[in-house]
Design a protein around this ligand. Structure first.
Ligand SMILES: [Zn+2]
Ligand SMILES: [Zn+2]
Length: 268
């Protein structure tokens, strides 16, 4: 059965340390048919300082080293990018995504908005449910701007900050955010864009089912699956279970990308 992992990081990412060749070998070993490397290009760094460049020379040399090693029947390596908050600078997003060999772009929000200081959600204070709600309000406002910007193929890990939110005074859920979620899914669908199921290395699975069902009910057809692996041992983690969720939500295809064009691969 076809399996693809469309979210992974190599040493080209600030938080990665493994060559693309190692990640690709791990994908082959895990029995995957496709791996897309989606290194970070965040328009805000972890402290909120602006960044508007991407080291394509480094990414392409890593890719050129890895792809021939692993080009074989039944497996292919794709070149992607995880673009953080491209709506902050459309001209820079346009310039960076003009790389002709780019296959796929994940659109992400990892940081607070510049108005809220811009720091990475990873570092925020989640000690109370109220603090979590405040962060989520800012997050979804940015995600709506991203969804409308169109500088992405698929919205990455829509429920991202929830990973870190474990306040003492109760669990934080997406209750109350249904309308905002629907608005941003509609914005993606209207632009022929998709959503990803991000397994967070196998840790986040069932949480995706309601969102998948909602996206499909609204007419969405483009779904990628990604592990968000930063190390070879996590490549493909949770991907097979995520494909099960797709089928459960009624999808008959998973989406892959070549040169920014979606391709639909049957999963039934
Ligand atoms: Zn991310
Ligand atoms: Zn990532």
């Amino acid at each position: 059965m076809f399996l693809s992992d469309y979210h992974s990081h190599s040493l080209v990412s600030f938080d990665g340390e493994f060559p693309m060749a190692h990640m690709a070998q791990a994908a082959v070993d895990a029995g995957l048919n496709q791996l897309c490397i989606t290194d970070h290009c965040d328009f805000l760094d972890q402290d909120g300082a602006p960044v508007r460049t991407y080291d394509w020379d480094r990414a392409l040399s890593q890719f050129d080293e890895a792809a021939p090693l692993h080009s074989r029947e039944g497996f292919s390596l794709r070149l992607g990018l995880e673009l953080g908050m491209p709506h902050l600078d459309p001209a820079a997003a346009e310039r960076i995504c003009a790389q002709p060999r780019l296959d796929f772009v994940l659109g992400s929000v990892h940081n607070h908005s510049p108005e809220q200081g811009g720091i990475d959600f990873y570092y925020a204070d989640y000690s109370t449910a109220a603090a979590c709600r405040k962060a989520l309000d800012d997050y979804f406002a940015s995600l709506a701007l991203l969804a409308e910007s169109g500088f992405y193929d698929v919205l990455a890990h829509i429920i991202y900050p929830l990973r870190y939110m474990k306040p003492a005074d109760g669990p934080v859920t997406l209750e109350g955010y249904e309308d905002r979620l629907e608005t941003l899914l509609r914005a993606a669908i209207a632009r022929s864009k998709g959503m990803e199921v991000n397994t967070w290395c196998g840790r986040t699975l069932a949480d995706w089912l309601p969102l998948l069902k909602r996206y499909r009910a609204l007419g969405g057809e483009i779904v990628t699956v990604g592990s968000d692996a930063h190390a070879p041992g996590n490549v493909g983690k949770g991907v097979s279970q995520a494909f099960d969720l797709l089928r459960e939500a009624g999808f008959r295809y998973v989406t892959t990308f070549r040169r920014r064009k979606p391709e639909f691969v049957p999963i039934i």
